[in-house]
Design a protein around this ligand. Structure first.
Ligand SMILES: *[C@@H]1O[C@H](CO)[C@@H](O)[C@H](O)[C@H]1NC(C)=O
Length: 325
């Protein structure tokens, strides 16, 4: 008996809800076109509905920033107003009690970060049919912020230089334009993307050296930055130049060594007797002997004798080598 009664009641409720829905279905209406406002101005986000805003009904506005998917409630009304968001002191209801079919809100001093989708929801617990929500898009018109100019790639002759330009802010999206301050470069080597702000200078020559200015602009204003590019000799040329200089240095060193060797031999042959052993002669009679400093010379030759004596315990050849070097 009980289940049948419950079923009957449920069925009745369902028919009643359907009937009620036909008569007072919630219908939320918002403009299909986005709302535009300049940064700093006050905008109106319209939203109307046609249900009886009775006890239990509520209105909520929420916000989804452009490029995000997270929805955040910014205002709630159920007979009392609950501003939920940090921007609450900038938001007010157009009708302080939004019970007469108008749920529009006003946002003061709009910021670029206010750009996004605003969802107006009217919930009547007695009325679940109809369109209970509408989305208004807000575009905060902002002039481009000062762009940042950057350079990447190699600045060597024959390589590609990439210049980028970007304004963090700007709505509508800024268009970028690059210009060389002085002189012209071949148009074929100049590849510019005005949407992204990228300029590729292909196969650069010294003529590409100079200052480049980027202008970022939209209907709200313009801003610019510049960057200087200095083309340098190709790295392969630098490597070749380095190798040439290195080789010359080595040759010079070898020449100096050879000259020293020749001079050394000459000096020793001049002072020696007819004896065949160079080393022995050298040890006994240093060639630049100065009679005035005999004592010093004696101690020097003693030192030399000592060291040579040690060397001569090895083979004669190796002793000679050591001496020469
Ligand atoms: C690069 O430019 C030079 C002249 O500046 C030209 O001789 C050469 O063919 C160019 N190379 C390419 C790959 O376009």
């Amino acid at each position: 008996m009980a289940p049948a009664a419950a079923q009957l009641r449920l069925g009745f409720c369902w028919i009643f809800a359907l009937f009620l829905g036909r008569i007072i279905s919630v219908q939320v209406t918002v403009p299909s076109e986005p709302v535009f406002g300049k940064v700093g101005s006050t905008v109106l986000l319209p939203c109307t509905y046609n249900t009886n805003f009775v006890k239990g009904c509520n209105l909520a506005w929420s916000f989804i920033p452009t490029g995000s998917s997270s929805e955040k409630e910014i205002l709630y009304y159920d007979g009392e107003l609950y501003p939920v968001d940090t921007r609450r002191n900038r938001i007010r209801l157009l009708h302080s009690a939004p019970t007469q079919g108008t749920a529009s809100i006003e946002i003061q001093s709009i910021q670029p970060s206010d750009t996004g989708s605003y969802i107006c929801r009217v919930v009547n617990p007695n009325d679940w049919s109809g369109n209970q929500q509408g989305t208004v898009n807000l575009e905060v018109l902002t002039p481009p912020s000062t762009p940042v100019c950057k350079m990447s790639g190699s600045t060597n002759v024959g390589s590609d230089v990439i210049l980028t330009c970007n304004s963090v802010e700007g709505n509508p999206l800024p268009i970028y334009d690059w210009k060389k301050a002085k002189g012209v470069v071949p148009q074929a080597n100049w590849i510019m993307d005005q949407r992204t702000g990228t300029l590729v200078l292909q196969n650069v020559s010294f003529a590409f050296t100079g200052s480049y200015q980027c202008t970022s602009s939209n209907e709200q204003g313009t801003a610019s930055c510049s960057i200087s590019v200095r083309i340098t000799a190709a790295s392969t040329a630098a490597v070749v130049a380095g190798a040439v200089v290195g080789t010359l240095l080595v040759l010079l060193l070898l020449g100096a060594l050879a000259a020293y060797f020749v001079w050394f031999r000459k000096r020793h042959f001049k002072g020696s007797s007819s004896s065949g052993n160079e080393l022995r002669e050298d040890a006994v009679a240093p060639p630049f002997k100065n009679p005035k400093s005999k004592a010093k010379d004696d101690s020097e030759s003693q030192l030399m004798n000592h060291s040579l004596g040690r060397q001569e315990t090895a083979s004669n050849n190796s002793a000679m080598m050591t001496h020469v070097v």
